[in-house]
Design a protein around this ligand. Structure first.
Ligand code: BDR
Ligand code: CA
Length: 314
């Protein structure tokens, strides 16, 4: 079975991505590492435990990682996922943070990959701080991964957080830079514009949430807030369908036949710039003289995606 390690900032779409993995056949989630992002890292930990509880899989270890980016402070996440990161639909019986592992997320990442050399797919759906710290502590880490799947970055300088940057890269540009330059392993990117072009219709969302299951009822509660934010948004791409950004990176890790077409180029991240800090840079001409290229998802099998999404809430 496929072994996954998942790095999240849960986040409603992170929750959807985790549930997609848990609902997929032949997938083992070895652990979930948490990082700042959509909310504070403490909230991310609590939210992640809530997701695992809703799936009856609290035996999966959850680790707390970085509480802010490598430089500077946490980026204001806005309110898209609610103040608490999970749609502001609190559960009075939410699992306590005492259920967290004592080991730090970065150490756990290094340990788990080294215990399973060549076998782990690392799926990152959050600012890349934990991954950047991990490769500084263990430079051999990338060579021991089966693959790296990231939701983040952009290809057409369209931002969703700053003018020109996607949230996960904008929230820690230095970490994104380190990861894109130092993880010389098979790397698959689900970038912001791609997720917009691959959105699912609201009708599918209705069918998805109407399933008669505990998981579907949980999702319906936590998702309500972002559905409303999307539908009311002034951002054109959010209005006409639902974009579960993080689930695309997860689907690619879970299903080898999900990606139909991708571009393959060296990529990096802008670290300065008046408007462009955090923007992904795609080196189509090879001018950066980098040998490592990433697969940038372009076309995916949306029918398979819908099936995986449906199975996530069964
Ligand atoms: C990314 O930012 C977060 O809000 C989402 O969880 C996703 O990982 C989209 O830009
Ligand atoms: Ca996320």
């Amino acid at each position: 079975s496929k072994k996954l390690l998942v790095d999240v900032d849960s986040g409603v779409d992170d929750a959807q991505a985790i549930m997609l993995a848990l609902g997929a056949p032949d997938v083992t989630v070895l652990g979930v590492t948490c990082v700042h992002g959509n909310t504070t890292v403490e909230n991310v930990c609590r939210n992640t435990l809530r997701v695992l509880k809703a799936c009856n899989q609290l035996e999966i270890p959850v680790f707390k990682g970085a509480d802010k980016p490598i430089l500077g402070n946490m980026l204001d996440p806005g309110h898209f996922h609610g103040q608490d990161g999970l749609g502001d639909a609190p559960d009075p019986n939410a699992p306590g943070l005492d259920l967290l592992q004592k080991e730090n997320a970065v150490s756990a990442m290094i340990r788990i990959v080294n215990e399973n050399p060549g076998e782990v797919s690392l799926v990152a759906t959050a600012p890349l701080t934990n991954l950047a710290l991990a490769v500084r502590m263990d430079p051999s880490l990338p060579s021991k991964l089966r693959g790296l799947y990231i939701m983040g970055g952009n290809t057409e300088s369209r931002g969703n957080s700053t003018v020109c940057a996607e949230f996960n890269f904008a929230a820690d540009p230095e970490a994104a830079y380190i990861v894109l330059n130092d993880y010389q392993c098979p790397t698959y990117l689900a970038c912001w514009e791609f997720t917009c072009y691959s959105k699912l219709p609201w009708e599918f969302c209705d069918t998805w949430l109407a399933q008669d299951s505990h998981k579907a009822r949980f999702m319906k509660q936590i998702f309500q807030h972002s559905i409303q934010m999307s539908k009311d948004s002034e951002q054109e791409e959010l209005v006409h369908g639902f974009i579960s950004c993080d689930s695309y990176a997860m689907a690619a890790a879970v299903d080898d036949q999900f990606i139909i077409e991708s571009d393959c180029y060296p990529v990096s991240v802008e670290l300065t710039g008046t408007h462009t800090r955090g923007m992904m840079v795609v080196d189509t001409m090879g001018l950066l003289k980098k040998t490592h290229k990433a697969f940038i998802m372009k076309k995916v099998d949306l029918e398979r995606f819908k099936q995986m999404m449906m199975a996530a809430l069964k």
